[in-house]
Design a protein around this ligand. Structure first.
Ligand code: GLC
Length: 463
């Protein structure tokens, strides 16, 4: 039998240990699906303050940061058997509230990158492939090259808009050839995302459509050219954790149901209306569980809430830009009973919304993958999405005559087009066609299995 391929999977966040968004969900679930494909995959992530699991000490070593040293303390989770997970600990950098948006993120994640390289030098686990994710791990392939460590590297891009920067003085002791640094913007701030793109062997992203879009002029956040030079990007669609989001057994929703008794979904709807102060009537509830950021199309969503005349209710859960939060809260207080808004996030509230609403809206400006639409489908909540990135690849426009499709797509980034798609959805609510779409959604395969197989095939090809 062939030897098992070994992979070290590197992420800045990882559910259930830590999480701020989609990346954490992916890092929490995908490696398990890859392991099932007979790959020896292990994870390495920062030890954030929010990680409360019991961990064991493994090793420690110094990491040079500018003109001083910082200690890296490596711990591991001895309970987790499926995907062993290592944690890079350093109180100064990671024992903080929150994972990102700190003034010194560049320094924090350069420490992380250097620590991962130090770990590789220090351990008997010798992977064939280092699989990095997003800018936080972007310096690793370049540092590996300068350390003479010949690992193959795969870089999955989840979000191109965040780049990460650091002053060159932090890299001056790495004996990097000058041309390495000039390519990543020396003498100005060095760019992690660029480094990750230039020095990785293979670039992937989380949908085929986004893999194409990110190389198109004006859509790759300045990285188009570099990505094209790499000879292309591989798109592999994300899944979602089918057990965590399972209406049949989910103990956090109001009432369980399956595609065979989707009518029981109405129980959830009534309870959701009661809990969120909405009128108790059987009009479709349109929901969104989302970061309130420009990427997610919140400006056109707000315009739609203001102008859409169809009979419906809205429920929104999320946080982000203050202007969006304020605007949504003011709409909620103007139209109580029709619009409910909760600023913040909790998994329980999110699941109650997925289960209790009828239509899930995702009008993203751009969307590499997208998870909300997949989770919504799982709960029989019909997605209305803009045809961009992963949304285009996962939601099939409903065709009345062919009984095919799992939702409604619109193309132009405008609230008018969003309203048009909402109108179609609301118009079919409570008809036999509606039960058909809901059924199609709930039967749609959103598991990680396919993705696990594709990454495993990719690893095999590279090695
Ligand atoms: C980022 C992207 C999102 C994707 C997620 C996981 O958050 O914005 O589209 O689903 O990463 O890959």
């Amino acid at each position: 039998m062939a030897r098992k391929i070994k992979v070290l999977y590197v992420s800045a966040e990882c559910s259930p240990y830590s999480g701020a968004g989609g990346l954490g969900e992916v890092a929490g679930a995908l490696p398990g699906a890859i392991a099932e494909q007979d790959i020896d995959i292990r994870r390495i992530v920062p030890l954030h303050r929010e990680t409360t699991q019991k961990l064991r000490f493994r090793s420690n070593f110094p990491v040079k940061m500018g003109d001083r040293y910082q200690t890296c303390l490596v711990k591991y989770d001895f309970e987790e058997k499926e995907v062993p997970t290592y944690f890079v600990g350093n109180d100064y950098y990671f024992n903080r509230d929150g994972i990102y948006k700190q003034y010194d993120d560049g320094e924090r994640f350069l420490f992380f990158c250097k620590a991962v390289v130090g770990f590789l030098e220090d351990t008997s686990f010798k992977p064939d492939i280092i699989h990095i994710n997003d800018w936080h791990a972007g310096m690793i392939p370049m540092l590996l090259k300068s350390s003479g460590l010949n690992f193959k590297t795969v870089n999955t891009i989840h979000n191109l808009i965040y780049n990460g920067w650091i002053g060159a003085e932090y890299l001056q002791d790495e004996n990097l050839p000058m041309e390495y640094l000039t390519r990543i913007d020396y003498p100005n701030l060095l760019n992690f995302m660029k480094a990750g793109i230039i020095y990785s062997d293979v670039i992937t992203t989380v949908s085929s459509t986004f893999a194409g879009e990110m190389q198109d002029e004006g859509k790759g956040f300045g990285m188009e050219e570099l990505l094209r030079e790499k000879g292309g990007v591989i798109g592999i669609l994300n899944g979602v954790d089918a057990e965590k989001y399972n209406p049949v057994s989910d103990s956090e929703i109001y009432a369980n149901y399956s595609h065979k008794n989707a009518a029981a979904k109405k129980e959830n709807k009534k309870s959701l209306q009661r809990e969120f102060g909405l009128d108790e009537s059987d009009v479709p509830i349109i929901s969104a569980v989302t970061r309130l950021e420009d990427q997610k199309g919140i400006d056109i969503l707000i315009e739609s809430i203001e102008t859409f005349r169809g009979e419906c209710q809205f429920v929104i859960l999320g946080s982000g830009r203050k202007v969006y939060e304020d605007k949504l809260l003011s709409l909620c207080s103007k139209h109580p009973g029709r619009i409910a808004v909760r600023i913040g996030y909790s998994l329980e509230a999110a699941k109650k919304i997925y289960a209790g609403s009828d239509i899930y809206v995702m009008p993203s400006l751009y969307e590499p993958g997208g998870m909300g639409q997949l989770i919504a489908m799982r709960y029989g909540t019909v997605p209305v999405v803009r045809g961009t990135g992963g949304l285009r690849d996962t939601v099939e426009d409903f065709e009345v005559n062919r009984k095919k499709g799992t939702g409604f797509l619109f193309e132009r980034y405008s609230h008018l087009d969003l309203n048009g798609a909402l109108e179609k959805a609301v118009g079919l609510y409570n008809t036999p066609e509606w039960s058909q779409i809901v059924g199609n959604c709930m039967k749609h395969d959103v598991s990680w299995k396919k993705a696990g197989k594709k990454y495993a095939d990719l690893y095999r090809e590279i090695v």
